[in-house]
Design a protein around this ligand. Structure first.
Ligand code: LMR
Length: 436
C-alpha cells in the first residue's frame, strides 16, 4: 500500500481524521482506484491508494459527492482489497465510540476493530475516540497510528474530550476509561468518582447516540458503572447495556482446560455470575468439557470450589503483580469476544457471559442491578438469557453473596441513579480483581 498523509492543525474539540471520504471507483487497466476526499473540518487528510494503483488520486467531482449521499457515499462500493470483485453496495458505516481511548486496553482494541476482525471484513467502521484534556495529545498519536496502519475498513477517526460530540450517532459505545482506585481510597469514593463519569456519559449517550446503541462498560467497577450509565440514559433500552465479564469467562475456561489437560476450545457453557469483583462466581456446575459436565471430567470438587474459583476471582490482581499494570491485551481480546458474541449467532447449545440488567430474569436474582448471567444471541446485537441452567447450594450461596455486593454498591450510588440519598454500607472490603 502507498499512502500520502497531509496533516493540518485543527481547532475543534472533536477533531476528525479523514478517511470518511467520498470516492469514485473506476477500473484502470483492470485495477481499482479510490479517490478519498476529506470530510468538512477534517484535521488530518489522507489519500490512500492500493498498491496496484499507479495514478495519483484525483479530485472528487460534485456528482460523486452526491452519489455518496444517495447510497451511503463511500459505502456504495465495496472496497475490494483483492480487486477481483465487481462493484457492489457497501454495508452501512458502523460508528464505534471508545472512551479511555489513549489507554493500554484501547491501544490493543482499536487496531483489532479497525482490522475488520471484530465486525467483519466487509464492515466499514468509524472510530470515535474519547479522552480527557490531559490525554488529547496522546489521542492524536493513537489516531496517527491508525492512519499509518492503512486499514481499508477504517473510514473515519474522530477524537475529542466531550462525550456529547464524540458519542454522536454511536452504534457501539465501549466505555473503557475510568479512574483506578488509588492508595488509601475508599471503595465508596471509587464508586462515586467513577460514577460521576458514567452519569455524564449516560446522559451524553441518551442525547446523541443511536437509539439502538450497544454499550459495553469496561471501566471498573463495571457492573455498577453500567447501572449508573443506563439509569442516566432512559431513552436507550436498558437491555443494551453490558458490563464486561467476558475476561473472567475466558480466564475460567483457561483454568478448566489446564486442569483437565485439554485445549480451551473444548471448554464450553461457562457462566460468570454476578459482579466483576472478587465475589464473582465462575460456574463449574453448568460448564462442560468436551460436552460433558465439568464435574464428570474434573472430579476434584475441592479444587473446583476453592482453588479454581479463587484463581478466576483474583487473576487480575495476580497479573498486576507480574506486569505492574492491569491486564490490557487480554481485556481487549475479551471485548472483541463480547462484541462478536452479540453479532454472531451463539453456537448451538453454548452460551456466553455478560453483565446485563436483571429486571425480568428467570433466576430470581434481584431486579434492577447489572449482573453477569448466561446469554445467547442470534447475532442481531441482542441477546436472551439462557433458561436451562442448574443451581446447587454451593452455586446459589455464592450467587447470593455477589448479589448482596451489587445491591450494596447500588445503594452507594443512589445519588447518581436518581434514586435518592446514597447509603454506603458495603459488605466487607471486596475488591476488583485487580486490587488484590
Ligand atoms: C482485571 O480483571 O484484570 C481488571 O478488572 C483489573 C483491574 O482492576 O484493573
Amino acid at each position: 500500500m502507498a499512502a500520502v498523509a497531509e496533516l493540518t492543525q485543527y481547532t475543534n474539540t472533536a477533531h476528525r481524521f479523514s478517511s470518511e471520504v467520498s470516492y469514485a471507483s473506476t477500473r484502470i487497466s483492470g485495477l481499482r482506484r479510490l479517490h478519498l476526499r476529506p470530510i468538512k473540518n477534517s484535521g488530518i487528510r489522507c489519500s490512500v491508494t492500493s498498491n496496484e494503483v499507479q495514478a495519483a488520486p484525483e479530485a472528487v467531482k460534485a456528482e460523486e459527492v452526491k452519489k455518496k449521499a444517495e447510497c451511503y457515499g463511500v459505502f456504495c462500493l465495496t472496497y475490494d482489497l483483492k480487486a477481483e470483485e465487481e462493484t457492489k453496495s457497501w454495508k452501512k458505516l458502523v460508528n464505534i465510540a471508545v472512551s479511555g481511548a489513549a489507554g493500554m486496553i484501547s491501544n490493543h482494541l482499536l487496531f483489532k476493530l479497525a482490522s475488520g476482525e471484530v465486525l467483519g471484513y466487509d464492515q466499514p467502521i468509524a472510530l470515535k475516540l474519547l479522552g480527557s484534556g490531559r490525554s488529547l495529545q496522546a489521542l492524536e498519536g493513537v489516531a496517527m497510528e491508525l492512519e499509518d496502519s492503512l486499514f481499508p475498513l477504517l473510514r473515519e477517526v474522530s477524537i475529542g474530550i466531550d462525550p456529547y460530540e464524540v458519542f454522536q450517532d454511536a452504534d457501539w459505545a465501549l466505555l473503557i476509561g475510568a479512574k483506578p482506585r488509588g492508595p488509601g481510597m475508599e471503595r465508596a469514593a471509587l464508586l462515586d468518582i467513577n460514577g460521576q463519569i458514567f452519569v455524564e456519559q449516560g446522559k451524553a449517550l441518551n442525547a446523541v447516540a443511536s437509539r439502538d446503541v450497544k454499550v459495553l462498560v469496561v471501566g471498573n467497577p463495571c457492573n455498577t458503572n453500567a447501572l449508573i450509565c443506563l439509569k442516566n440514559a432512559p431513552n436507550i433500552p436498558a437491555k443494551n447495556f453490558h458490563a464486561l465479564t467476558r475476561l473472567d469467562e475466558n480466564r475460567a475456561k483457561c483454568q478448566l482446560a489446564l486442569k483437565a489437560g485439554v485445549f480451551y476450545d473444548k471448554v464450553s457453557n461457562v457462566t460468570i455470575w454476578g459482579n466483576h469483583s472478587t465475589t464473582q462466581v465462575p460456574d463449574f456446575l453448568n460448564a462442560r468439557i468436551n460436552g460433558l459436565p465439568v464435574k464428570e471430567v474434573i472430579k476434584d470438587t475441592k479444587w473446583l470450589e476453592e482453588e479454581f474459583t479463587n484463581k478466576v476471582q483474583t487473576r487480575g490482581g495476580v497479573l498486576i503483580k507480574k506486569w505492574g499494570r492491569s491486564s490490557a491485551a487480554s481485556t481487549a481480546v475479551s471485548i472483541v469476544d463480547a462484541m462478536r458474541s452479540l453479532v454472531t449467532p451463539t453456537p448451538e447449545g453454548d452460551w456466553f457471559s455478560t453483565g446485563v440488567y436483571t429486571t425480568g430474569n428467570p433466576y430470581c436474582i434481584a431486579d434492577d442491578i447489572v449482573f453477569s448471567m448466561p446469554c445467547r444471541s442470534n447475532g442481531d446485537g441482542d441477546y436472551e438469557l439462557v433458561k436451562d441452567v442448574e443451581f446447587d447450594d454451593y452455586l446459589w450461596n455464592r450467587i447470593k453473596t455477589t448479589e448482596a455486593e451489587l445491591l450494596a454498591e447500588k445503594k452507594c450510588v443512589a445519588h447518581l441513579t436518581g434514586e435518592g440519598i446514597a447509603v454506603c454500607d458495603l459488605p466487607g472490603d471486596t475488591m476488583l480483581p485487580g486490587e488484590m
